[in-house]
Every structure is written in structure tokens, then in C-alpha cells.
Design a protein around this ligand. Structure first.
Ligand code: ADP
Length: 626
């Protein structure tokens, strides 16, 4: 039989598994048991939906058996099984979602991180075994199939006899080496304790033939060894237990196993709700976004259970888009078991649950912000952009509830601050919340306009994400203060006298400024003098609704109509360059044209924009040198 090769990425991952430095080899059992349980869920759910003759709920089980001499550990389930095609796609490819960046030579990611990205899954079996055999059959066919692999060099699939529907996975446990012991995974007590530790909540009985010593019948003090089946798990789902009976470790393991994360959750919300609708919810806020979070494959949703039986893997209706990073599950006795997706969408109970959950997550986040700032900042760094999206989405419908969860980097505090903190320390004469946009904090910090605000003692919020300014525009005001972009023309700095004097300066230089505008052939709305810049010669400001930053963001969206910010070139009236320009207007207009172009290009670069004609700029600068 021809051996098939694993897909390239899979091969690398397998290599890593086989030679793993992964310290928790023992989790392989949890992974295989979880798969078995999922497979039973699927079969049970299908039988409910199609009314086909499935097994009774009590007949479903997971069997574990050990053959110490042959070094075999077997995990058997009577779940949905796999077709030949499914065997290929599920076990022949690891990276089902296409192109994944695997470890390159100079990559600093550790094996654990990479393995973790996939949910350790079925392949963890190779951490403890040198040959894995999977025999499986679905309810739709009489024919069974056998998948065999000894690791990275490939696998075979062949027809086999299999009497019952389900899957049997047999691991040939590796021989012990000097550094590593594997035989422990053939010990009855070790398996018992692993099941207890990781899989106690599995809702189907996990049964193993266990050797116990019993009083010999008819005697009073003679014992004998008997082997009899024993159920190893308590089957109480974690979320049904009382909070005080659950350790942090249990929550963490449950989360990492069920939601395939390799880092512990940042925050756990476990709640029981009784009332109009009753349900248990176990909700996790991850510490980091999952690797596929920003791909189109990512699906939001919570698992939905009806009385302990999973009815949907990802119920999207339970989470608003801006909480799409949240993982978890909801279990309610008030939902019908064989409810279809379509009906569920309109289900009143479900809507109520979704609303409660949304409220709960919000209130937990506000609480975190108040009581554990560091943790909240960690959260915000990972998922703050979602909160901002939430403020912006649906025409600002949720803006009010979310605005106090926002944070922005502050020029004076040099850390993330909330809007309420900002407003709380605004200067007496300050009327607006000031912000500036740019690619990075450093770049914003260098903006002439920001410098001018800082000099005057104003705090400026630095907006570095594309969504930021849109979210702020959606808010319009916070605590009755409006927001101003310090790079916009309506920013109100300086005294009335200063304003009056610059007005006069602009009026008296009107002809020259108009000449300069013409020299830029329509690139700017106007050219004018300013006294708000302290040390810098020029800057660009924008007038009207669209700021320079918004122009960048909007124009980067394909197929959107292009927009243009109305740009004004501002020149520092106190800078020597201003005097020079005036002099050129009198004596050398051609040179004034060239200088204007250079100043405009410089201002564009400072504002984080590209120069429209770099060759012309280069020629102009060179002409100054010769
Ligand atoms: P995951 O469980 O995260 O999807 P795995 O690598 O553990 O990844 O398993 C890959 C797939 O193989 C599963 O999604 C499932 O479709 C299938 N599979 C694994 N074990 C079983 C089993 N015991 N019965 C049926 N299907 C299984």
C-alpha cells in the first residue's frame, strides 16, 4: 500500500510533536477524550435532528483499555466516526485553514506556542506513541477504514472491518529512554488520575477495566483481584458545579482544552442566572487574540448547550461583534433540544440571554478597569480596537455604553488613560478634548502641532489606529466636551490678542499667500501664517469633516470612493522662513514657487503622508545645493 505524505506544514508540526520539548505530554489523553466526546455529541445531535434511530443517550460511552505487554493504550468511542474522506482531511492535514506561517529559522516562537496555536489536538498522540492506529466507521456505511501512521513520514488508509459505528484509537506507547518515561501511560492509576484531572466534566461515561482487590466470596478475610469496569469521570460539567468547588487550575485547563488556547484566560466569568430565562454561563476573555482572529475564517460565538447537551458549536447570536473575541458557553434548560438554527435566531429566550451576557461582560470590564488597572490595560491592548469598533458600529448605537471602556495614550501621562480621567484634569480654560493622529506614538509626538499644545501645557491623546478618529467622531462629545484634532484648523490655542495679530498678518500678506497657493496647483485649500507653532516652520492642517488621517484610512479601503481632506499649509509667522518668503515675494517669485513646493513636501512628510512627486522634490533640494 502506498504511503501518503502529510501536507508540508503538517509534517513540520508532527516533527515538533514527536521530538517535542512540550512538558505536558500527559495532555494527549485529554485531547483524545475530548475528540471522542465531540464525536458522540455530533452523533447524538444528528440523531435528534433527523429522528434516525440513534442510540439511547445512556448507551454512549468512551472506553479506555490497556495492554501493558504489547504497550497498547486504546480509546474507543461510539460517536459519529469518520468517512474515508474525513480521515484524509481531518488527520492528513493539520493546517486546515491554509497558509500558516510556520517556524522559520530566525523565528523566536517556541514550539509550545506553535503547537498551541492549533489546539494540540489529535497529533499530541505522537508525543507518547510511535505508532497510532485509527479504526473508524460512520452510521451511513457498513465499511470501516483504518488509518495508520508512525509519525512524520506519512500515513496509510485502508478498508477494514468494523462492526459498530464509532472510532477506536490505538496508541503504541514509546519505549522508555534515559531521559523520558512513557510507561506511566500504561499504568492504571496514572490514567485514572489523568481522566480525573482533565476530563472529569466529560458528559459521557469514561470507562476502564480496573483491577481491584475484593473480598473473596464465601470468605471473611481472603482477598482476590478482580477486573471490572469502572467509570472514571463524575460527568458533572464544570459550569454546573458551584464556583467554590472549582479551582483556578480547573477553569484554566478547561478553557485551554476546550477553546484551544495555549495561554490561560485573562478573565473568567461564571454566572448562574435564574428568572425570565434560566441559564449557566461560563465565559472567558482570552489574554491574546487567537492566531486566526483577523482572518476571514474566524467565527465568533459561544457554545450553546441545552441541559448539558451541546446544540451549537458557535452560536453567533449570543455575542455582539465587538465582543467577538470572547469565548465560552451557555447552558440553558429553557431551550429546546432540536431547535433549528433558523428558529433559534428568532428565539426570544436566546435574545434575552444574549442581552444579559452582553451586559455582564461590559460590567465585568468596567469593574476590572476600576479594580485591576494592569489587567484592564492588558485587555485593552489586546482587544481595545474591538471596543472602538463597537463605539463606531451601528451608527453609534452602543457608543454611550462603551465610551467609558475606551483608552487612549496620553502625551502627559505617557500611558493609556480613559476619557473621564482626561476630562477630570483638563485645564480651566480648555474647552475641548485634544487629540492627534498618526502612525505611531513617536511620530505623533514629533508633530509640530502636538509640540505646540504640549508647550502650552495641554494634554493630547494620541490616536494610532485607523478606527480611532472614526470612533471619536461618532461619540461627538464626552462629558459635554467636544473633541478637536490638533491638526485641524479649528483648534483653539492662544489668547485673543494672539489671534487678532495673526489675523492681521494674514490679511496683510494675502497676495503672497494666494500666490503660494497657486504655486501648489490646487493641492491645498489655502496657505496661511500661524502663531501656534513654537519651534517648527510648517505644518499641514485640515478643515472640515475629513482629517488627513481619515483620508488615509478611507482611501486604503478598496472600492470605496476616494476622499480628500481639505488641506491648509500653515507657516510659522515667527520663524525666519516666514521673513525669507516675504523677501522672495518681492524679489524672486520663481524661487518662492520652488520654496513653497519644498515646504509643502516637508509638511506632508511631517504629517506622515507621502510626497506626491519625490523626483521633483529631490531636484528642488539639489538645486539649492549647487
Ligand atoms: P480539533 O479537535 O481541534 O478539530 P484534532 O486534531 O483533535 O483537532 O482532530 C481533527 C478532527 O478529526 C476533528 O475535528 C474531528 O473532525 C476528527 N476526529 C478526531 N477524533 C475523532 C473521533 N474520535 N471521532 C470522530 N472524529 C474525530
Amino acid at each position: 500500500m502506498r504511503k501518503k505524505q502529510f501536507k508540508a506544514e503538517s509534517k513540520k508540526l508532527l516533527d515538533m510533536m514527536i521530538n517535542s520539548i512540550y512538558t505536558h505530554k500527559e495532555i494527549f489523553l485529554r485531547e483524545l477524550i475530548s475528540n471522542a466526546s465531540d464525536a458522540i455529541d455530533k452523533r447524538y445531535y444528528r440523531s435528534l435532528q433527523t429522528d434516525t434511530e440513534g442510540l439511547a443517550r445512556d448507551d454512549y460511552k468512551i472506553l479506555i483499555s490497556v495492554d501493558k505487554d504489547a504497550r497498547l493504550l486504546t480509546i474507543e468511542d461510539n460517536g459519529c466516526g469518520m468517512t474515508e474522506q474525513e480521515l484524509e482531511t481531518n488527520l492528513g492535514t493539520i493546517a486546515k485553514s491554509g497558509s500558516l506561517d510556520f517556524k522559520t529559522d530566525n523565528d523566536t516562537k517556541t514550539d509550545v506556542e506553535i503547537i498551541g496555536q492549533f489546539g494540540v489536538g489529535f497529533y499530541s498522540a505522537f508525543m507518547v506513541s510511535d505508532e497510532v492506529t485509527v479504526k473508524t466507521r460512520t452510521a451511513e456505511s457498513e465499511q470501516g477504514f483504518e488509518w495508520v501512521s508512525n509519525g512524520a513520514d506519512g500515513y496509510t488508509v485502508a478498508e477494514c472491518d468494523k462492526e459498530s459505528v464509532g472510532t477506536v484509537i490505538t496508541l503504541h506507547i514509546k519505549e522508555d529512554t534515559e531521559e523520558e518515561s512513557y510507561s506511566e501511560f500504561l499504568q492504571q492509576y496514572r490514567i485514572e488520575s489523568l481522566v480525573k484531572k482533565y476530563s472529569d466534566y466529560i458528559r459521557y461515561p469514561i470507562i476502564m477495566d480496573v483491577e481491584t482487590r475484593k473480598l473473596k466470596e464465601g470468605t471473611e478475610d481472603e482477598y482476590e483481584s478482580v477486573i471490572e469496569p469502572k467509570q472514571l469521570n463524575s460527568m458533572v460539567p464544570l459550569w454546573r458545579k458551584n464556583k467554590n468547588e472549582i479551582t483556578d487550575e480547573e477553569y484554566k485547563d478547561f478553557y485551554m482544552d476546550k477553546f484551544h488556547d495555549y495561554t490561560a484566560p485573562l478573565h473568567i466569568i461564571h454566572s448562574k442566572t435564574e428568572g425570565q430565562v434560566s441559564y449557566d454561563a461560563l465565559i472567558f476573555i482570552p489574554e491574546k487574540a487567537p492566531w486566526d482572529y483577523y482572518t476571514k475564517d474566524f467565527e465568533k460565538g459561544l457554545q450553546l448547550y441545552s441541559n448539558g447537551v451541546m446544540i451549537m458549536e458557535k452560536c453567533a447570536d449570543l455575542l455582539p461583534d465587538y465582543f467577538s473575541f470572547v469565548k465560552g458557553l451557555v447552558d440553558s434548560a429553557d431551550l429546546s433540544l432540536n431547535i433549528s438554527r433558523e428558529v433559534l435566531q428568532h428565539d426570544y429566550q436566546l435574545k434575552l440571554i444574549a442581552k444579559n451576557i452582553e451586559k455582564k461582560i461590559k460590567s465585568e470590564l468596567s469593574k476590572m478597569l476600576k479594580t485591576d488597572r494592569d489587567k484592564y490595560v492588558k485587555f485593552f491592548e489586546a482587544f481595545g480596537s474591538q471596543i472602538k469598533l463597537g463605539v463606531y458600529a451601528d451608527f453609534g448605537r452602543h457608543a454611550d455604553e462603551l465610551k467609558d471602556l475606551l483608552m487612549f495614550y496620553s502625551s502627559s501621562e505617557k500611558k493609556l488613560v480613559t476619557l473621564s480621567e482626561y476630562v477630570g484634569r483638563m485645564k480651566e480654560e480648555q474647552t475641548s478634548i485634544m487629540y492627534a493622529c498618526g502612525e505611531t506614538r513617536d511620530k505623533i509626538d514629533m508633530l509640530p502641532q502636538v509640540d505646540a499644545c504640549k508647550e502650552r501645557g495641554y494634554e493630547v491623546l494620541y490616536l494610532t489606529e485607523g478606527i480611532d478618529e472614526f470612533a471619536i467622531k461618532m461619540l461627538r462629545t464626552y462629558a459635554e466636551k467636544d473633541f478637536v484634532n490638533v491638526c485641524a484648523d479649528n483648534v483653539d490655542l492662544g489668547t485673543d490678542e494672539e489671534k487678532e495679530s495673526i489675523k492681521q498678518e494674514n490679511e496683510s500678506s494675502k497676495d503672497m499667500l494666494d500666490y503660494m497657493k497657486l504655486a501648489l496647483s490646487g493641492a491645498v485649500e489655502s496657505v496661511r501664517f500661524t502663531n501656534k507653532l513654537k519651534n517648527h516652520p510648517v505644518c499641514l492642517t485640515s478643515e472640515g469633516e475629513v482629517s488627513v488621517e481619515m483620508e488615509k484610512v478611507l482611501n486604503s479601503i478598496p472600492n470605496e470612493e476616494k476622499v480628500h481632506a481639505h488641506i491648509i499649509l500653515e507657516i510659522n509667522s515667527d520663524h525666519p522662513v516666514a521673513a525669507k518668503l516675504k523677501e522672495l515675494y518681492e524679489n524672486d517669485k520663481d524661487k518662492l514657487t520652488d520654496y513653497t513646493k519644498i515646504l509643502y513636501s516637508a509638511a506632508r512628510l511631517i504629517g506622515g503622508m507621502t510626497v506626491e512627486n519625490p523626483t521633483e522634490l529631490s531636484n528642488l533640494i539639489c538645486s539649492l545645493m549647487i
